[in-house]
Design a protein around this ligand. Structure first.
Ligand code: DHB
Length: 522
């Protein structure tokens, strides 16, 4: 190489590193730009400093690509708060995503998906009629009353630094009609928010080595994906394009409520659980004359073509499940061609444990006739009878709608196509000649592709909850996630709360007891 070329290359490098430095320096946390606030939790008032930051240098939409940060006031006076100091405080990272819709940053007054109001920014989901296909992806969590105190408030009161990021979602569209919140936008945004926290670790109170992610439903899925795929280079091109901070995207621990995850296998899992349950009750969304969104429950019976789809998908789940080589201690978890076997017994055993705990605390389980109870002990669960009793909520195909009519179809759209299929089965059986999402994009959305893989920093500690009355996805889905993590050597606290419907943040004191206990481990 000539001297001249070398000099030119050198200055180009210098230039690009200057540009890098300049762009990254725009992401430096400025602790002087705050508003002071206070929040009362359990009768006690806690002071904090509140910051709002844009977490990337080339944002597409700052309404969503920003993050509210709350720091206990004590950390600016050299004092401790709760169990922690400015150096040791874990950073609680609740995402607000529901229905894979756009989510604004969480704040002190609006709580997360789990206990809060409807997801923001989304339009009423499309499609999802009772007779033509699956329900939509966007539901307001049912079965749980809004928590009076939000996760953000409790976290602050217990001495956590709170970093509540927004994220883009599936409905976003420019004025020119280009979509900009399709997969993998939401996970890329959450990773950029995490990178911001690592990048600013020395400038901010809180320990970026102890980030604890939290989310419910689609947000639970993204929380799990964030934890599974930390630092994996697959996401780097997207992060670079946004001007994310050049720092780790790993989190320390994950809380995930009813994750609507493993989407590319969720249709088969749903039919594994609900095949033969031919009546359904589904929620339908529409708008009334004044434009208000109205929800109504619709009852129906599956038509024969959907029963045929269910019959085809169910054995596909056996093939998938067996390919995972999951184990309970040393015992292989498998299924036979009819969907029976040790994995089914394993799922039922989680239900049995949950029922036992409910029984021990005085709950009347006499209506749960799918349980065998002898002398105060739950000795058996008839899983097929349970599926019949809990009821089918989604019609086949539950996620990759054959008429491109689900929220998940919309998640996997492109900048120009609002909806796409994301499974080979969906594409092959499309009723609307739908196109198939790029396999790499589908890969980027599934945590199972990343757990314990090389080049990845998977979170060490996991808390996964899925209620026994939640039929938004099969119980197999959270069970697979928890078992895969546990088999890969991670610390997993998995539980199916008895009779709990689709929702999250319903057990905040237990959540933060867990968060405290994992945070104080090294
Ligand atoms: C949510 C619920 C669903 O049933 C679904 O398919 C996707 C997302 C949610 O509540 O976030």
């Amino acid at each position: 190489m000539s001297k001249l070329m070398f000099a030119a290359l050198g200055s180009a490098l210098l230039l690009s590193s200057c540009t890098m430095m300049q762009s990254s320096s725009a992401l430096k946390f400025d602790d002087t730009k705050y508003t002071a606030g206070s929040v009362t939790v359990d009768g006690k008032t806690y002071k904090y400093r509140a910051y709002t930051v844009v977490y990337v240098t080339n944002p597409v939409d700052t309404k969503y690509q920003s993050m509210n940060i709350y720091v206990p006031e004590e950390y600016f006076d050299g004092q401790g708060s709760g169990k922690y100091t400015a150096q040791t405080a874990p950073i609680f990272l609740p995402n607000q995503v529901g229905g894979y819709l756009p989510a604004e940053p969480g704040n002190m007054t609006r709580s997360g998906m789990g206990g809060g109001p409807a997801p923001t920014g989304g339009t009423a989901p499309t499609g999802g009629t009772a007779t033509t296909g699956a329900t939509t992806g966007a539901t307001v969590p049912s079965g749980t009353a809004p928590a009076s105190t939000s996760a953000i408030q409790v976290a602050l009161s217990r001495g956590y630094v709170v970093a509540a990021p927004g994220a883009r979602g599936r409905t976003l569209k420019t004025e020119k009609g280009e979509y900009y919140g399709k997969a993998p936008a939401a996970i890329v945004d959450l990773k950029a928010a995490v990178a911001y926290l690592h990048f600013n670790d020395a400038r901010m109170p809180g320990n970026a080595g102890k980030i604890i992610s939290n989310g419910t439903s689609a947000g639970g899925a993204l929380s799990a994906l964030l934890g599974a795929s930390g630092d994996n280079p697959d996401y780097l091109p997207y992060l670079k394009a946004l001007g994310a901070a050049p720092a780790s995207t790993s989190v320390y621990a994950v809380s995930s409520y009813c994750p609507i995850t493993n989407l590319d296998h969720a249709d088969a899992a749903y039919e594994w659980q609900f095949n033969g349950v031919n009546n359904f009750q589904t929620m339908q969304f529409s708008r009334d004359a004044s434009g208000q969104m109205v929800r109504s429950m619709v009852n129906g019976t599956l038509p024969s073509d959907q029963i045929a789809v269910s019959n085809t998908l169910k054995p596909q789940f056996t093939t998938y499940l067996n390919s995972l080589n999951l184990k309970n201690s040393d015992q292989p978890l498998t299924l036979d061609a009819s969907g029976n076997g040790s994995f089914k017994a394993f799922v039922a055993s989680w239900m049995a444990q949950s029922a036992q705990k409910a029984l021990d605390s005085g709950t009347d389980l006499s209506k749960a006739t799918y349980l065998t109870i002898q002398n105060g002990k739950v000795t058996a669960v008839d899983f097929d009878a349970y599926a019949l009793a809990v009821g089918r909520q989604k019609t086949p195909t539950a996620f990759d709608g054959l008429s491109l009519n689900t929220g998940e179809n919309q998640l996997f759209g492109t900048s120009t196509a609002d909806n796409q299929h994301f499974t080979v089965f969906g594409k092959a059986n499309s009723k609307v000649s739908g196109t198939l999402a790029d396999p790499q994009t589908v890969k980027l959305m599934n945590p199972l592709n990343y757990i314990a893989t090389s080049g990845t920093t998977t979170a060490q500690h996991w808390r996964i909850r899925h209620g026994t009355a939640d039929k938004d996805t099969s119980l197999a889905i959270p069970t697979i996630l928890a078992t895969k993590l546990q088999n890969s050597g991670y610390d997993v606290d998995f539980w199916m709360p008895w009779n709990q419907g689709h929702g999250g943040d319903y057990d905040l004191s237990s959540l933060f007891d867990w968060a405290d206990s994992v945070s104080t481990k090294s």
